[in-house]
Write a protein that binds this ligand. Structure first.
Ligand SMILES: Nc1ncnc2c1ncn2[C@@H]1O[C@H](COP(=O)(O)OP(=O)(O)OP(=O)(O)O)[C@@H](O)[C@H]1O
Ligand SMILES: [Mg+2]
Length: 328
């Protein structure tokens, strides 16, 4: 199976008052056609900025891509001009954002905002345009789709808006769908429906999905492969079954142990102690050092790098290898 996306050594930074921070620091991964890669990690670890870098939306956030390559369908997105990128965005690559109310335009009727996407990318207009929008509203399970067609976003519920946004992302049948916390704002039943929907559609169109969430339960259901991020870096990457059955990085182990479904009534939750370090105050050695139950002396002074510990299983931790960042 072909890689639809190959990200190599992606480094994305922001200038803050005092210093430059690396929100994404040397991130590399591949995603195959029709597969789902999950990205997990606590708030601020660089999940969204990885997605925004792929979408070419970093400059709109006042950030900068300092280094790396983003090969999509054998084209480096970072070397395209805006015109070339606009042909791909919303068409071959589409993104579902966490907050549908922010992503949807409040003054446009649903038919006009979804319709605009196929007008621009596929030159589908008038009657045909309306028909296509209706088809996709039905596809994402919206009942009374004709009515929704003529509604404004504020007239719809949160779950409905999320479905509208998914319809808008899918209408050009992208090769790559980026879903950034697509279910976080939804209640549990709607969440399950949206997950099922993304799964069905992915299978129907053989779409690759980059699925971002802090919820390991969701990852377990949807992903083929998982990438765990911490302070801008990948700390572990493996097939989903290996992440859950044999997690290696102390951070991954901590995340898995702190899943709510592991707790019994009356028990004190086993959370990861401490908190994510500020990107402006990263330690010299491993970023997880302060919180790690397995730390060794070397971890304080040197940064571990990703190494294979099994087939398609990579971990960045000195527990599994004693080579540092600079060594080959
Ligand atoms: N516009 C910005 N200016 C400065 N720093 C930023 C900006 N956007 C993001 N960052 C920093 O980049 C880091 C990574 O942010 P990112 O949004 O990727 O986190 P995340 O993993 O998606 O977190 P969450 O789970 O909360 O969505 C954060 O530490 C954040 O402070
Ligand atoms: Mg985010």
């Amino acid at each position: 199976m072909k890689n639809i996306l190959e990200v190599k050594n992606l480094t994305t930074s922001f200038n803050t008052n005092k210093n430059k921070i690396k929100a994404v620091d040397g991130v590399s991964f591949n995603l195959k056609e029709g597969k789902v890669l999950g990205i997990v990690g606590e708030s601020g670890c660089g999940k969204s900025m990885t997605a925004m870098s792929i979408m070419g939306l970093i400059e709109s956030q006042n950030g900068n891509i300092d280094n790396g390559e983003i090969m999509f369908n054998e084209k480096n997105l970072l070397s395209l001009n805006l015109n070339e990128l606009d042909k791909i965005r919303g068409n071959e690559i589409a993104m579902i954002f966490q907050e549908p109310m922010i992503a949807l335009n409040p003054v446009l009727k649903i038919k006009d905002q979804i319709g605009e996407v196929i007008k621009v990318h596929k030159n589908i207009v008038s009657e045909e345009n309306n028909k296509k929008v209706l088809e996709f509203l039905n596809l994402v399970g919206i009942k009374r789709a004709e009515e929704v067609l003529n509604s404004y976003p504020h007239q719809l519920s949160g779950g409905m808006c999320q479905r509208v946004m998914i319809a808008m992302a899918l209408i050009c049948i992208p090769k790559l769908l980026i879903a950034d916390e697509p279910t976080t704002a939804l209640d549990v039943t709607v969440q399950a429906q949206v997950l099922e929907l993304i799964n069905n559609i992915k299978n129907k169109f053989n779409m690759a999905v980059l699925f971002i969430t802090h919820d390991l339960g969701v990852i377990c259901e949807v992903a083929d492969e998982v990438m765990v991020m911490y302070a801008g870096k990948i700390v572990e990457k493996a097939k989903v079954e290996d992440i859950f059955d044999s997690p290696k990085h102390p951070y991954t182990i901590g995340l898995i142990n702190s899943r709510p479904e592991n707790f019994k009534r009356g028990e004190i939750p086993k959370c990861i102690k401490g908190k994510v370090p500020k990107l402006t105050e990263l330690p010299e050695g491993c970023s997880f050092y302060e919180r790690c139950d397995f730390r060794m002396d070397i971890c304080q002074n040197e940064r571990p790098k990703l190494n294979f510990v099994g087939i398609e299983h990579e971990v960045s931790c000195f527990k599994y290898n004693l080579k540092s960042d600079g060594e080959e």
